[in-house]
Design a binder for this molecule. Sequence first.
Ligand code: ZN
Length: 60
Amino acid sequence: MISMKEQCICCCEEHTDMAFDDFLLDSETWPELNKAQNSCSCSYCSREAVYCLEKSVKRE
Ligand SMILES: [Zn+2]
């Protein structure tokens, strides 16, 4: 399991499932799946990231 900075995991297409698992284990909440920003690399294999999983902000 990787450690997350600012509740965000970047991942390539191949590691999206793994990123979801880690995110759920760590923050116990469902992540927001966003398109990765340019120059973001996968947290698992260092290839170019396709998605970024971020903690969804609750608006009250
Ligand atoms: Zn990857």
